[in-house]
Design a protein around this ligand. Structure first.
Ligand code: NDP
Ligand code: 2IT
Length: 453
């Protein structure tokens, strides 16, 4: 059968068998479409039914999380862990705590993670998990009780050679700490079952910074191919969490000027550059809204989301050379992409997972905007998680400089591999295609070698 038709057929059967998961279909469509040139060239993937198999998780775990709030009332949430693919290593991927979490979201993230992890060149499979628990407005005690309750079930399904979760939206060092404590209590094992741990108890230096730093390293590798660079360039960033903060930090190091950040309530435009110290204090320490940032910096412009133009993200109105969407999925749509282009944006670097809609991606590609897709650009986080696993397994701890140097090397490897693969398929500079094909090939070939499992 013609490949295009076969891909359409698999997409259709995926939709029919897993209703109500639009984000998952979007991720599947993006990956399968870029695989078409490979599938045309090599018939082994069809022969071994790889595409049909790879879109189905090896296992998905759904569980009730029951915990007690500060008023003594019993609260219930849903917990998820999707163990998507273990062809090249134990399942690896973050946990997201956000009210929007559902099975489709966790599946899209888990599916993307398979190829991202493969691209790093490290031995890690793909998985993702989380809960619809909303950490906003919860007390410290409630966060701890929720994390303990979540681990009370999750511990049965994870392990250092089985599945190693980490953070994602709403899950940072604090939550990893509470979950690790509970895992240890339940299993009586001190082992590297989670990454993003505290530095006193098995965490790796530079893991906190890794995703954001990695995005900037990736952008520099990409731009260097075109004799361009970030120095003295205006950059816009969405989000103000882990990824956004350390993207901003590294942008300053390379001499760029990061002028925006945002959260779920609004955005800041600080034309002389975001004040990193205030940002870290307001978001990491005080856990408050960016309104507080605006109060301290009267020159900064704060726009609440009620004031955004309908169907638009106001961050992308600010003219920039490089845009780093680093908050959440589908935060750059076609209308946003058009404004970025009109204002002369040269490159979009995805810190978040799937922040661009399929229409926005096509628009970048048709209009000469360099596109650094999430699974390549933001892979520095999970790669450094694997470095944490490696240190745990060998009972070593490496210096910040050692880990950062390895991260540098890994981001260069991911870029080179994606770029070379784009050339191999006659699509020079199409990093989306290069990343998808290179990430897929390693996993798919491993699946073939491991037989019908
Ligand atoms: P954080 O929880 O640290 O920060 C998330 C930020 O995005 C916050 O500023 C939050 O606002 C904002 N945000 C979240 N959801 C929405 C929404 N629906 N609308 C508007 N703003 C929103 O998460 P991370 O920085 O860790 O993750 C950000 C993105 O990066 C996610 O897509 C994640 O999957 C991806 N990622 C994370 C990695 C990591 O190592 N942490 C690795 C690779 C990718 P508020 O403060 O108001 O909640
Ligand atoms: O999306 C991601 O790559 C992450 N949230 C990090 C996963 C990890 O295991 O470090």
């Amino acid at each position: 059968m013609e490949i295009k038709k076969r891909v359409a057929e698999i997409l259709k059967s995926t939709i029919a068998s897993t209703p109500g998961q639009p984000e998952f279909y979007q991720a599947v469509e993006e990956v399968l479409t870029s695989l078409e040139p490979l599938l045309k060239r090599e018939n082994k993937y069809e022969k071994y039914n790889i595409i049909e198999r790879i879109v189905i998780p090896e296992r998905q775990i759904l569980f009730r999380v029951t915990w007690i709030d500060d008023k003594g009332k019993i609260q219930t949430n849903i917990g998820y862990r999707v163990q998507f693919n273990s062809a090249i290593g134990p399942y690896k991927g973050g946990l997201r705590f956000h009210p929007s979490v559902n099975l489709g979201i966790i599946k899209f993230l888990g599916f993307e993670q398979i190829f991202k992890n493969s691209l790093t060149g490290l031995p890690i499979g793909g998985g993702k998990g989380g809960s619809d628990f909303d950490p906003k407005g919860k007390s410290e005690g409630e966060i701890m009780r929720f994390c303990r309750a979540f681990m009370e079930e999750l511990f049965k399904h994870i392990g250092p050679n089985k599945d190693v979760p980490a953070g994602d939206i709403g899950v940072g060092g604090r939550e990893i700490g509470y979950m690790f404590g509970m895992y240890k209590r339940l299993t009586n094992n001190f082992e590297g079952v989670l990454t993003g741990k505290g530095l006193n108890w098995g965490g790796s230096l530079a893991r906190t910074e890794a995703t954001g730093y990695g995005c900037v390293y990736f952008a520099e590798n990409f731009l260097n191919k075109y004799d361009e660079f970030l120095k003295n360039k205006i950059c816009t960033i969405s989000g103000s969490g882990n990824v956004a903060t350390y993207t901003i930090e590294k942008l300053y190091t390379v001499g760029a000027i990061p002028v925006t950040c945002s959260d779920s309530r609004g955005m800041i435009y600080d034309k002389n550059g975001i004040n990193l110290e205030t940002l870290k204090r307001v978001k990491e320490v005080e856990r408050k809204s960016l309104v507080e940032y605006a109060k301290e910096h009267p020159n900064a412009v704060y726009t609440p989301i009620e004031k955004y133009e309908k169907g638009r993200n106001a961050v992308w109105d600010i003219p920039c050379f490089a845009a780093f969407p680093s908050a959440t999925q589908n935060e750059v749509n076609l209308a946003d992409a058009k404004v970025l282009h009109k204002n002369g944006c040269r490159i979009v670097v995805e810190g978040a997972n799937m922040p661009s809609t399929l229409e926005a991606i096509s628009y970048y590609q048709e209009n000469g905007i360099l596109f650094a897709p999430a699974k390549a650009a933001n892979a520095g986080g999970v790669a450094t998680s694997q470095l944490e696993m490696s240190q745990n397994a060998s009972m070593e701890s490496w210096t910040f400089e050692e880990v950062d140097a390895k991260l540098h090397g890994i981001m260069k490897h991911i870029f080179d591999l994606s770029y070379e693969t784009s050339m191999e398929f006659g699509e020079k500079g199409n990093i989306l295609l290069g990343a998808n094909i290179a990430g897929f090939r390693k996993v798919a070939d491993s699946m073939i070698e491991q037989g019908a499992v």
